[in-house]
Design a protein around this ligand. Structure first.
Ligand code: NAX
Length: 332
């Protein structure tokens, strides 16, 4: 039998946490033969709720779940973890300035970075979900210099999956037949969902999404804005933000990263930019990536037309601005 993998979920008493921990304990994230020890962190006001989640995990009697650590102590939470899914953060409340929210999250991600650096396992892989996801991941990277930058990522897989879902609905196709959409840039409304290279498996083989949809106005208009605004649409409908889809996409992200992407398929991940596609280096930027042996690499050599170029630049500009804002919070 395999040794258990220790998986940390921060903000585990929240909505996404409640959807995510049972998926992990069932093997959705790391496979049906991988034992798990779950580490769940939240803050003291949520301690009782967190304990309730722990009780439910016990009650669910998951065969793969070999242990549960539920704590409000960051050091205890981070001890020996192999995978960290950072869902906890300070939410933007009505009337709050962006800078004030940024400043709270900078201080959270700074201290959790240090705890992970000091106490996590050497092979630690980090996925940041909490918003502003890209910039929180960047702060975590800055304050955990000994964690290799390739091991720190943020979640844009939900946006990627939303794009697949919209294309499948439009074509009346199975979502599993659609692949190779790309989310470029920030997990925010400036993200660019790009179908220039996406394909659909049909009885005639793989065909381009652009050809099958045959409506550039839709692909360059409503399709993009629907994916960009999907989070707001869910809030309007549910009066709560996306949770089950976010949890499921976080599992997809880690599964593909650890176990590899299928041949000929790429996925979107927020990763540390190296200047690929003329994006400024030193941002956490969502790119198309393939994964093998636990490592991601950016898909190179895709054509980028003028329409796409402008959108890649706009979302990079926003991230550069967020980065500057985050740095000003560190120094102030
Ligand atoms: P909830 O407010 O339900 O849960 C957040 C939890 O984090 C709470 O239990 C809270 O007590 C805890 N928390 C706060 N500060 C903490 C700290 N310092 N250490 C540990 N825990 C802490 O929010 P939920 O709906 O679960 O969303 C969580 C985060 O995911 C939010 O930042 C949200 O904006 C973000 N999202 C990101 C998505 C993505 O695709 N990247 C999509 C879904 C979601 O909107």
């Amino acid at each position: 039998a395999k040794d258990p993998v220790r998986v940390l979920v921060t903000g585990a008493a929240g909505q996404i946490g409640y959807a995510l921990v049972p998926m992990i304990a069932r093997g959705v994230m790391l496979g049906p033969d991988q034992p798990i020890i779950l580490h769940m962190l939240d803050i003291p006001p949520a301690a009782e709720a967190l304990n309730g989640v722990k009780m439910e995990l016990v009650d669910a009697a998951f065969p793969l779940l070999k242990g549960v650590v539920a704590t409000t102590d960051v050091v205890e939470a981070c001890k020996g973890v192999n995978i960290a899914i950072m869902v906890g953060g300070f939410p933007r409340k009505e009337g709050m300035e962006r800078k004030d929210v940024m400043s709270k999250n900078v201080s959270i991600y700074k201290s959790q970075a240090s705890a992970l650096e000091e106490h996590a396992a050497k092979d630690l892989k980090v996925l940041v979900v909490a918003n502003p996801a890209n910039t929180n991941a960047l702060i975590l990277k800055e304050f955990a210099p000994s964690i290799p930058e390739k091991n720190i990522t943020c979640l844009t897989r939900l946006d990627h999956n939303r794009a697949l879902g919209q294309i499948a609905e439009r074509l009346g196709a199975q979502v599993s037949s659609v692949k190779n959409v790309i989310i470029w840039g920030n997990h925010s409304s400036t993200q660019y969902p790009d179908v220039s290279h996406a394909v659909v498996a049909t009885e005639h083989g793989e065909e381009p999404v652009t050809k099958l949809v045959g409506d550039d106005a839709w692909l360059r208009g409503d399709f993009i804005s629907t994916v960009q605004q999907r989070g707001a649409a869910i809030i309007k409908a549910r009066k709560l933000s996306s949770a089950l889809s976010a949890a499921s996409s976080a599992c997809d992200h880690i599964r593909d990263w650890v176990l590899g992407t299928p041949k000929g398929t790429w996925v979107s991940m927020g990763v540390y930019s190296d200047g690929s596609y003329d994006v400024p280096p030193g941002l956490i930027y969502s790119y198309p990536v393939t994964c093998e042996n636990g490592n991601w690499s950016i898909v190179q050599g895709l054509s980028v037309d003028d329409f796409s170029r402008k959108k890649l630049v706009a979302t990079a500009d926003e991230l550069t601005e967020e980065k500057a804002m985050a740095y000003s919070c560190i120094s102030s």
